[in-house]
Every structure is written in structure tokens, then in C-alpha cells.
Design a protein around this ligand. Structure first.
Ligand SMILES: [Zn+2]
Length: 301
């Protein structure tokens, strides 16, 4: 009886899987084949709020992905020895809200043109008094407070559990910290970014809760972008550009005027471009000091 049941279960499972997932394996194979078969760029940069243009003399490349259309075309130019692909994550006219960004398509687009390292700068709020507007935080941890986003490339049938213990690339973090300091930018070498879903900002109560956890930075786009970069065996880097204090600190810190916020925003952007140009020039051609390229391999059971 047990043997018969086992056989029936086996057949049922076979039928179920062949019925439900006939295309998944094929699609994965196609994705593997498509991904990285071109080498148009090796470094990727996602532009955030206010950061829509980066390089001159660009080649514009339209990429269609198995996950739909990305936020914009890739704009590919040159920095030092590297071809760099830039994409404004909200679209070049800032029309895509943080919770509606097709993060998988954006990251896949980078991977598909050969990108190996992805830098994700983002405008962010501070949750701690000592992290001031105008400072940069090179985050080493994130907390996912989002909801309803597509947050993984791994959808079976191969069982995969990636480690997110240290989500960002140690080599890129080291280089960003050193370059930022050399340029005189106030850099926080570590930090935790809590990513809220948006589009609304936090209530004072939520913000105070985040502050009380000891987290430093709050933002709406830092997850799942950089994490998907990791899943795709590329090196992720977060650079959080602090524009103002979050709601929970209002009252504890002097109020910031709209004019001051704009000033901070503009100086952040100038500092960011300076940091990116200088650090990208120094990125070595080969990835020898990190294991980001092995993420998928190490994730499979
Ligand atoms: Zn890496």
C-alpha cells in the first residue's frame, strides 16, 4: 500500500511540476545564456533622486528583460579604464515611485551587458543626531521594512538560500571610504539603512522606533536593489547621501529650511560625482578581494 502511494505521489508530483513549471527551467537556462554574454560595461551606477545624468559621450542601450522593462535605457560611457553603465532608477524624468520600481529588471539589465560591480547611491534621511545632513554613509547592513516588492531572482525549482549576513562588497566599501576621506567628504564607515516601502514618509512614532534601534539611515530604494545585485553574483555598494533628519528627530535638532535642504542636496550631488569618478578610476580590473561572484554557487543547497 505504501509503495503504491509512493508511486502515485511520485507520478502526481511529476505531473504537477511538469504542468506548473515547464518554462521555469528553460527560462532560467535562457537567462543564464543571456546574462553577461555581452561586455558593454563592467561597472554599473544607479542614479537616485536628483541624479539623472552622469557621463558625457554616452552610448544609449535599450535592454528588454525577462522581468519586463527597466526604469530607463542604460547610458554607457567611460571612466578611466572602465566602461560604466548608468541608469536613473526612477527614470530620467523621475516618474517611477520607489515602491513601483522594477528592481529585478534594472539589475538584470546591468548584468546582461556584462556589469560586475554596481554602485547604488541614494538620497536618505538620518535617524541619529551625529549623522548630519551632507554626510555620506557607506552602509554595511540593511533592514528590510518594505512590503509587496519582488525581492529575489530565485524562484525555484533549484532550492536556494543566499546569505545576506554581509550584504555589501567589502572591497568596494573599502575603496569608497578611502576615496571619500581623501576628498574631504564626511564619511561614516558603517551604518544600517532601514528601507521603508513608501511613498509616504514615516510617522514620528515609526521614526523614533527606528532611531531607538540604533539604525542610522532611512530610505525607500536601498532594498531590494543592492541585494538583487548580490544575488546576480555582482558586487553591491550602497552610498547613502544624507539630505535631512527624519521625522523622529524633529524637535531634537534645529529645523532645516527648504533652502538648506536644496543646498545640501546640490553639494551632495557634486561630492557624489567627485567620489564616483575618483573611486571608479581606482577599481581593479579583476575581482580578487571578495567572494561576491560566488553568491549563487554558495546559496544552493
Ligand atoms: Zn565584491
Amino acid at each position: 500500500m505504501a509503495g503504491v502511494l509512493r508511486s502515485i505521489t511520485k507520478i502526481a508530483l511529476k505531473v504537477f511540476f511538469s504542468y506548473n513549471f515547464p518554462d521555469v527551467t528553460i527560462m532560467h537556462k535562457e537567462r543564464e545564456k543571456d546574462m553577461s554574454d555581452k561586455k558593454l560595461a563592467t561597472i554599473g551606477v544607479f542614479g537616485g533622486s536628483g541624479f539623472y545624468k552622469f557621463l558625457d559621450n554616452i552610448e544609449e542601450v535599450k535592454v528588454e528583460t525577462p522581468y519586463g522593462m527597466p526604469s530607463d535605457n542604460l547610458l554607457i560611457g567611460q571612466i578611466g579604464p572602465h566602461k560604466v553603465a548608468f541608469m536613473p532608477r526612477h527614470g530620467r524624468n523621475h516618474t517611477i515611485l520607489p515602491h513601483l520600481i522594477n528592481y529585478r529588471a534594472n539589475v538584470w539589465a546591468m548584468k546582461s551587458v556584462g556589469v560586475e560591480r554596481v554602485i547604488s547611491p541614494c538620497a536618505a534621511g538620518s535617524l541619529q543626531k551625529h549623522v548630519k545632513p551632507g554626510d555620506f554613509v557607506i552602509c554595511d547592513q540593511f533592514v528590510d521594512w518594505t512590503d509587496g516588492r519582488k525581492t529575489t531572482f530565485f524562484e525555484g525549482p533549484v532550492v536556494t538560500h543566499p546569505s545576506a549576513a554581509d550584504p555589501y562588497c567589502p572591497e568596494l566599501r573599502k575603496l569608497a571610504i578611502k576615496t571619500g576621506k581623501d576628498l574631504g567628504i564626511t564619511i561614516h564607515e558603517t551604518g544600517t539603512v532601514v528601507v521603508i516601502n513608501g511613498p509616504r514618509f514615516s510617522t514620528k512614532a515609526e521614526s523614533k522606533f527606528f532611531t531607538n534601534q540604533g539604525w542610522e539611515v532611512i530610505n525607500m530604494t536601498a532594498f531590494p536593489e543592492a541585494y538583487l545585485v548580490k544575488e546576480a553574483d555582482m558586487c553591491p555598494l550602497n552610498i547613502s547621501l544624507i539630505t535631512d533628519y527624519d521625522a523622529g528627530l524633529v524637535g531634537d535638532v534645529p529645523p532645516v529650511s527648504h533652502h538648506e535642504v536644496i543646498e545640501v542636496f546640490n553639494s551632495n550631488l557634486a561630492n557624489l560625482k567627485n567620489l564616483l569618478f575618483n573611486m571608479i578610476e581606482q577599481i581593479p580590473a579583476e575581482r580578487k578581494e571578495c567572494e561576491c561572484a560566488l553568491t549563487k554557487k554558495k546559496s544552493q543547497l
